[in-house]
Ligand binder design. Structure first.
Ligand code: ADP
Ligand code: MG
Length: 327
């Protein structure tokens, strides 16, 4: 649905030039919740501003649906932007308008008749759980309620994609969970594609189907979350389910086992002992529910009393049990 090809954005020129986004290619499938995780300064906001055509890329292209944003005129861009919703860290609500009137605002701009607007706003108030707070002003709402208004406003014109830049970073942990669960529920009910830009791994862990890791303007890794978590070499997996680094003496092998589909480790580990005569010591592990699936990663040291062991045979055995491993 969203295809980004070799996208680069440079701010400024000469010595002062900053390459905020550096040759990024990205694929976001339709209907998914897609996370873009990276530290502050990684280039996430700049990437999102290019995806939403608020910023013109220095080179490369962005295609949403069938539309190549980089080829559009100013009026074409305005139309394309009507197909996108955006929510922000600090909500960006109009303080002089009630919750309902904030939600109606984009519909007014687009010339939707009043009766139709009222019906749509009532639907949205229900969708985001703001019944009874329609007539409150932003100053009378909690952070979570303000973000619910922001979400409803972003969805008002039935966008194909909802872009969220640090949408929960101003909220406390309990409210963050509620807002994330609401976004997931909206994704399920309406099928809207959601792109979440965040520096918080919890956001990705809780609701994303797929994700990309960004560092220094580049996308380091991307893919379906469960596949990345099962990959022992994945950097994103190390961030989302850290199993720690250990130094072992040279005869020992430390490996990370990824159990991505809720498998249990016990039979696999006893199999390693029984079939290969290996000693298995567990050095670190993490199990969590990730995007609704139970996922585990385990760092273990494998040793054989006689020294070496047949790595290919062990790898094949683990693969048979759907355990990913890098030996
Ligand atoms: P993130 O959202 O991941 O924190 P940003 O996209 O905001 O990252 O910033 C990426 C880099 O681009 C940073 O080095 C930042 O200072 C720089 N940058 C962002 N916006 C501008 C701008 N308008 N002009 C110049 N440099 C900018
Ligand atoms: Mg940012």
């Amino acid at each position: 649905m969203i295809e980004v090809t070799s996208l680069t954005k440079v701010y400024g020129t000469g010595d002062g030039a900053v390459t905020a986004v550096d040759d990024v290619s990205l694929s976001v499938p339709s209907g998914q919740v897609f996370g873009i995780l990276g530290r502050s300064g990684a280039g996430k906001t700049t990437l999102m501003r290019c995806l939403t055509a608020l910023e013109r890329p220095t080179s490369g292209s962005v295609t949403i649906g069938e539309v190549n944003l980089t080829e559009l005129s100013a009026s074409g861009l305005r139309k394309a932007r009507h197909r996108m919703g955006m929510i922000f860290q600090h909500f960006n609500l109009l303080g002089s308008r009630t919750a309902a009137d904030n939600i109606a605002f984009p519909l007014e701009v687009q010339g939707v008749p009043a009766a139709e607007r009222r019906a749509r706003v009532a639907e949205l108030i229900e969708l985001v759980g703001l019944q009874g707070r329609e007539h409150a002003f932003p100053s009378q709402l909690s952070g979570g309620q303000k973000q619910r208004v922001g979400i409803a406003r972003a969805l008002a014109a039935h966008p194909d994609v909802l872009f969220c830049d640090e949408a929960t970073s101003a909220l406390d942990p309990a409210t963050t969970e509620q807002i994330l669960d609401l976004l997931k529920e909206i994704n399920r009910r309406t099928g809207v594609t959601i792109v979440l830009i965040t520096h918080e791994s919890e956001v990705v862990r809780r609701i994303c189907d797929a994700a990309a890791l960004m560092a220094s303007g580049r996308v380091v890794e991307q893919g379906p979350l469960l596949e990345l978590l099962a990959d022992p070499d994945s950097r994103l997996a190390d961030i989302l389910l850290p199993v720690g680094d250990v130094s072992l003496d040279p005869e020992h092998t430390s490996v990370v086992l990824g159990f991505a589909h809720g498998g249990t480790t016990e039979p696999v580990i006893s199999g390693l002992t029984r079939r290969f005569g290996l000693d298995v010591s567990i050095l670190g592990g993490a199990v969590e529910t990730v995007a609704g699936h139970k996922v585990g990663r385990l760092r273990v040291a494998l040793t054989h009393p006689d020294g070496g062991y047949d790595r290919d045979a062990v790898a094949a055995y683990l693969a048979e049990h759907e355990v990913s491993v890098h030996l």
